[in-house]
Design a protein around this ligand. Structure first.
Ligand SMILES: [Ca+2]
Ligand SMILES: [Ca+2]
Length: 193
């Protein structure tokens, strides 16, 4: 006993409403699209700054952090930084200063940085040569607008006392003023402790 279904077209008002709704929706999507396109250069700068920070942090973390000087014959057997006779002592005094020793630079062939703590205070703006450079002193001209700074400080870490762990913080300031900071911890290598 069903009534016959009466077919009916779309009215002009319905059509106009449809167009208005679709227009507003497309406008919103286009707005997001344009904002993304406009700021798409910024992630590039951030990624570049991050890449510089990561590579410098990696370089510092790979430096020796031992009781004795890295060149000390007892570097792998010493059980403290005490200078003395025998394999458990350092033969010469360790580099304990939180700064490079006299004559040391990141780019020196004869006396390069040879300790984690040598990097404390390193700044690509004041280093010679200045700029983002590899350890041979070859600088990348395209990265002239970036500046990197390193800070190294003793820190207690996960149960390891502050005397045996160093917090390394690399800060990169990008061309647009954006700053990225990466931190990593380097613990002392002391197999016989
Ligand atoms: Ca040194
Ligand atoms: Ca040092």
């Amino acid at each position: 006993m069903s009534r016959p279904f009466r077919q009916r077209g779309i009215s002009l008002i319905e059509t106009i409403l449809f167009m208005v709704i679709v227009g507003v929706a497309v406008g919103g999507v286009m707005g997001v699209f344009m904002a993304t396109t406009r700021s798409s250069a910024d992630p590039l700068v951030r990624k570049q700054a991050l890449a510089i920070a990561e590579s410098l942090l990696e370089e510092v973390r790979l430096m020796p952090f031992t009781f004795c000087d890295p060149d000390d014959p007892n570097v792998s057997t010493a059980t403290s930084a005490v200078v003395g006779v025998g394999p458990t002592f350092c033969a010469v005094a360790a580099e304990t200063a939180m700064a490079p020793e006299a004559g040391e630079t990141r780019y020196s062939a004869a006396t390069p940085f040879d300790n984690v703590n040598d990097y404390n205070g390193f700044d690509t703006a004041t280093a010679v040569p200045a700029g983002i450079c590899d350890i041979s002193g070859a600088c990348i001209a395209a990265l002239a607008g970036y500046r990197a700074q390193v800070a190294v400080a003793a820190t207690a870490f996960n149960g390891i006392p502050a005397a045996d762990a160093l917090l390394i913080t690399v800060t990169v300031i990008a061309t647009n003023g954006e700053t990225i900071s990466l931190s990593g911890v380097r613990t002392r290598y002391a197999p016989n402790l």
